[in-house]
Design a protein. Structure first.
Length: 396
């Protein structure tokens, strides 16, 4: 049976860092323990807050610093802050395109932070000085179709290559040399999604699992050779694929809304095998569920229809074990024996990772207004933002 595992993500940085979307292993898992969940006397303590501009790019934390990519006026701004005080360390600015702020969470790899703007400019910046390393204009160079919410496909680093679902003809997925920005390979005609790829070890070789607008495609990280495909796309044109693929053992889980649904694929043969598939268990609009033990926890439903419910689903069968109605769309982190949720309303919610039913342990309002950016958890500090504030909350 071919081996499938997360490849080359965890060793990028120290275990206390949260270097990119969904953390060091790109599945919303945190190894932190001993955090404080007793909020009976009020919301958890906020260490500091920092004014930010628009956008849905989540913060990341690495090497004692927090990085946030946002739009201020007609500029996209990458700001480095001291993790313990929130004091600005440096600011990198670039001319903005489009009508909104960045959608893509930055990615830190060693001494470089990569940031992809709303209009398709890909920046590599030195994490110590804030100086430009290189810039690529993906929209100008590849001419991909325009997305509904700007450029939103996330970034993946594997074996010195930065892999992006550019979404252009002949350049659906492109790998760039992380040190220079030079194109290494390009493959497929897949249009762009709003999903962040993950890395897989298939048969002992590194691959990129990319959830494009067409579906899942796995490509050899070194060459771009397509290993397998699985179509997973809504028949509705005004739709997106946004959740990150979740890998466990020899299986990969995909989920989307707009009549598309969820599917668990087994990758033990030459072609992906459907273990189960439906549109009733865990169909996520833009958030990614998390796994705890043999169960998935996530939000089934859409934010714009008001029917988003938190559910617990059996990984191996898709059977729904329980539902918490009108929970709202939320980003989730599996940590310290339970699940931490950041809702669209700016609330933090702590609940048990149990298939027996929903048990809420704590709830606190920490941000005002619409909150869609994914949080980061590092060294007992939770970093979260909306379109106005970046807040550091102490959980230890």
């Amino acid at each position: 049976m071919p081996r499938i595992a997360l490849f080359a993500l965890l060793p990028l940085l120290a275990g206390a860092d949260w270097p990119g979307f969904l953390g060091p292993t790109r599945d919303g898992q945190s190894a932190e323990t001993g955090l404080t969940w007793d909020w009976a006397k009020g919301k958890p303590a906020a260490d500091w807050a920092f004014d930010v501009g628009t956008g849905n790019a989540g913060p990341v934390a690495a090497g004692g610093a927090v990085f946030v990519f946002h739009r201020v006026g007609d500029e996209e701004v990458l700001t480095a802050l001291a993790a313990d005080t929130g004091k600005p360390q440096w600011t990198y600015k670039a001319a903005a395109r489009g009508t909104d702020g960045p959608q893509v969470t930055p990615l830190v790899v060693k001494d470089t932070v990569f940031a992809l703007g709303y209009g398709g400019k890909l920046h590599a910046v030195n994490i110590k000085t804030g100086e430009k390393v290189w810039v690529k204009d993906l929209t100008k160079e590849y001419a991909p179709p325009e997305g509904y919410f700007g450029v939103g496909a996330g970034l993946l680093h594997v074996n010195g290559k930065l892999i992006v679902n550019v979404g252009a003809k002949g350049a659906g997925v492109v790998a760039f040399d992380a040190a220079t920005g030079k194109e290494v390979w390009k493959a497929t005609d897949d249009p762009p999604s709003y999903s962040t790829p993950t890395a897989l070890d298939l048969g002992g070789k590194p691959h990129a699992a990319v959830f494009t607008r067409t579906g899942l495609v796995a490509l050899a990280a070194d060459t771009g050779e397509v290993k397998f495909r699985h179509r997973h796309r809504s028949r509705i044109d005004a739709s997106v694929n946004a959740a990150t693929p979740l890998a466990w053992k020899d299986e990969v889980f995909l989920t989307a809304q707009y009549g598309t649904g969820a599917v668990l694929l087994r990758l033990s043969g030459k072609e992906p095998e459907e273990v189960w598939a439906n549109d009733t268990s865990l169909s996520c609009q833009y958030d990614t569920p998390v796994r705890a033990g043999d169960y998935l926890y996530g939000v089934h439903g859409r934010q714009d229809t008001g029917g988003a419910e938190l559910v617990c689903v059996e990984w191996k069968t898709g059977k729904v074990r329980w539902k918490q109605e009108r929970f709202g769309v939320a980003h989730l982190i599996a940590v310290d024996g339970g699940i931490l949720a950041l809702t669209e309303a700016g609330e933090l919610v702590r609940f048990d990772a149990s298939e027996k039913g929903y048990t809420e342990r704590a709830r606190a309002a920490v941000l005002d207004g619409l909150t869609r950016a994914a949080p980061a958890l590092a060294d007992g500090r939770l970093y979260l933002r909306n379109g106005a504030k970046l807040v550091c909350v102490k959980l230890k």
